[in-house]
Design a protein around this ligand. Structure first.
Ligand code: COA
Ligand code: AMP
Length: 631
């Protein structure tokens, strides 16, 4: 029996004993009264009665236990030319002092704090400082527009916002302050205070009486100790794309999260304390929360925070440079990053310039790890490449191969097997498991393990409706796929309108809401189409209102600009086409799936319920006109 099979069986035999054992790796202030409480079904709470502080576990205890002088965080920013290292003692000092700033501003346990920052160490410091005072942080990705920030303000009602004057994208400085000011104008929930980090690349003007400069805010402020919180208290809310334009506030609690992440660092990532771990993501995404900030620090590792891209900063050797310079043992990124490197350096020649002997494993997630990319990475790096599957909601991997338990044989196209804690099933609409090899809905049998979302922020009903209602007794992942005879999972597609663009999760429904706001648009649809670099990109179809006779190119330009303005550049919405009508079923449902298949030149079947089959020919013609559908 493999170590994986033994561990999974041990979890299955007694899940509560398994997690109680894993919880020994965390320092608790008060023990739990129960490992798992399922009395308020369908909700499940891990470690009720227990108290801890996540920041204490990430920093203080390591300083107390001999890691004070070990590097906790490395900041590497090719876009500014800055490199910095923070030992555990230094990071603790900075975090405890910023926690003092927050406390001085009246932020107390349970208050929400929005963090709208680029990839600077202060973003991690602000997150950990919130954890220290028991405040609930909500980090908003810098590539979102003001409108997206405003919806998050209204939903989370923060007392305070922490931001920076700008972010830096290759070739352009992104001014954050105008976006923030616009978002506050749009939102009905106005924060009392904004704390802003001035960056030398672009200084922002502060609003008197509301905005405080990050440096000035620290003057005369003392460090503060950790505030005990309940294991079941929220640590953060992270908004993610739902099936409409309204994002879902995924809640993460303190206790289960710390236990699960700490466990994952060894069993999944094979990391020991002192190892250097690099998640090349952004603190605005779940990968950044879990594997740039919390997990590496909980486990006493060194984490790399990289403000740059895989290519262009300055070249396709950027990742190799960082691995070599800091002795990175495990790299985690989206397959898109490797596709970008492969595009610029197909032979992986730049790799020869660097000593990558420290690297033990590459982890890929965020979108399907296509076999070509995985095999290319294996060839270039000469280390195991692990495709693993998870989502914002789960907070940590649900299916993976296991660097720490002994690697299972690789099957390309599969993120391997379920992680202990996750009972992954593939079922049909009647909740019956389908035959091995048959495609169905991928679900997780309840209860979810520690670290997964206990609910949505202030929205228990939304949590039940979105995730638990369709398949009673199971959590719906929104993914479809199959499991093979050996229990390997294959994730094939989403069952909703979410698309993954360069590893970024986006809602086509949200984009449709924006398009329909254009005065000339009568009807619209947005689909995901295959893209060589980004995996998928959105493509819009618009039907114009009768009587509109402006040039189509002008209207297309306007809707493209509208999506960039409302959702943000990260939506990568660059193409739309004007069509006479949209293909629909007789009941009026737009046939988005069929349109995607036609656009990607995939085999498709005429839907039996189609209203007018001729429309699909028209659509195929329109698509060929803009370079899709096998043109
Ligand atoms: N702030 C502001 N704008 C941002 C941003 C941020 N934090 N992140 C991305 N954007 C902008 C980009 O500048 C780009 O703008 P443009 O339309 O003016 O060019 C747009 O959003 C789309 O960005 P992206 O999809 O990332 O494409 P890109 O062409 O800039 O870069 C890659 C391509 C492959 C280099 C990049 O997508 C990448 O590094 N991907 C890895 C994804 C990843 O780490 N995902 C996290 C999950 S693990
Ligand atoms: P996010 O919440 O942004 O992490 O996106 C989660 C979604 O990305 C999942 O529900 C999947 O659709 C997709 N995804 C993430 N990792 C993988 C993977 N390894 N293979 C296939 N799809 C993935």
């Amino acid at each position: 029996m493999s170590a994986y099979a033994e561990t999974y069986a041990r979890w299955q035999a007694d899940p509560e004993a398994f997690w109680a054992d894993a919880a020994q790796a965390i320092d608790w202030i008060k023990p739990w009264t129960q490992v798992l409480d399922t009395s308020v079904a369908p909700f499940a709470r891990w470690f009720p009665g227990a108290e801890l502080n996540t920041c204490f576990n990430a920093l203080d205890r390591h300083v107390a236990n001999g890691r004070a002088n070990q590097t906790a965080l490395i900041y590497d920013s090719p876009v500014t030319g800055v490199k910095q290292r923070f030992t555990y003692a230094e990071l603790l000092d900075k975090v405890a002092r910023f926690a003092g700033v927050l406390a001085g501003q009246g932020v107390v346990k349970g208050d929400r704090v929005i963090i709208y920052m680029p990839m600077v160490p202060e973003a991690a410091i602000a997150m950990l400082a919130c954890a220290r005072v028991g405040a609930v942080h909500s980090v908003v990705f810098g590539g979102f527009a003001a409108n997206e920030l405003a919806t998050r303000l209204d939903d989370s009602q923060p007392k305070l916002i922490v931001t920076a004057s700008c972010g830096i994208e290759p070739g352009r400085v992104v001014a954050y302050k105008p976006l923030l000011d616009q978002a506050i104008d749009l939102a009905s929930a106005k924060p009392e205070r904004v704390i802003l980090l001035q960056r030398p690349q672009l200084e922002a003007t502060l609003v008197p009486g509301r905005d405080l400069d990050w440096m000035a805010a620290h003057e005369g402020v003392a460090a503060v100790p950790c505030v005990p919180v309940a294991a079941t208290d929220p640590l953060y809310v992270l908004y993610t794309s739902g099936t409409t334009g309204i994002p879902k506030g995924v809640v993460r609690d303190n206790g289960g999260h710390a236990v699960a992440l700490q466990w994952s660092m060894k069993a999944i990532y094979g990391m020991d304390p002192g190892d250097v771990f690099w998640a090349a993501s952004d603190v605005g995404w779940v990968v950044g929360h879990s594997y740039i900030v919390y997990a590496p620090l909980l486990a006493g590792c060194t984490s790399v925070l990289y403000e740059g891209k895989p290519v262009g900063t300055p070249d396709a050797g950027a990742f190799w440079r960082v691995i070599a310079e800091y002795g990175v043992a495990a790299l985690f990124c989206a397959p898109t990053a490797f596709r970008a490197i492969k595009r610029d350096d197909p032979e992986g020649k730049l790799r020869a310039q660097y000593d990558l002997s420290s690297l033990r494993t590459l982890f890929l997630a965020g979108e399907r790890g296509d076999p070509d990319t995985v095999q290319w990475a294996e060839r270039v790096l000469g280390v195991p490449v692990i495709d693993h599957w998870w989502q914002t909601e789960t907070g940590w991997p649900a299916c993976t191969n296991f660097a720490g338990l002994g690697l299972l044989p690789v099957k390309y196209g599969s993120p391997t097997k379920p992680v202990p804690g996750f009972d992954v099933r593939v079922i049909d609409a009647d909740c019956v498991e389908v035959k091995r090899g048959d495609i169905g809905a991928i679900v997780l049998k309840l209860p979810l393990p520690p670290g997964c979302l206990p609910t949505l922020w202030n929205n228990d009903d939304g949590f039940k409706a979105s995730y638990l209602a369709d398949f009673p007794g199971y959590y719906k992942t929104g993914d479809a796929g199959f499991m093979d005879e050996d229990g390997y999972l294959y994730v094939m597609s989403r069952t909703d309108d979410i698309i993954n663009v360069a590893g970024h999760r986006l809602s086509t429904g949200g984009m449709e809401e924006v398009l329909s706001g254009h005065p000339d648009v009568a009807e619209c649809a947005v689909i995901g189409v295959a893209d060589e670099l980004k995996g998928q990109v959105p493509l819009g179809f618009i039907v114009l209102k009768a009587g509109v006779n402006r040039p189509y190119e002008e209207i297309v330009k306007e809707v493209v600009a509208l999506v960039r303005d409302r959702i943000g550049p990260v939506a990568a919405f660059k193409h739309a086409v004007v069509v006479k009508r949209l293909p629909k079923t007789r009941s009026g449902k737009i046939l988005r799936g069929t349109m995607s298949k036609i656009a990607d030149s995939q085999p498709w079947r005429m839907p039996a319920t189609i209203d007018d089959p001729a429309i699909l020919d028209e659509i195929a013609g329109d698509l060929r006109g803009i370079g899709y559908a096998g043109s």
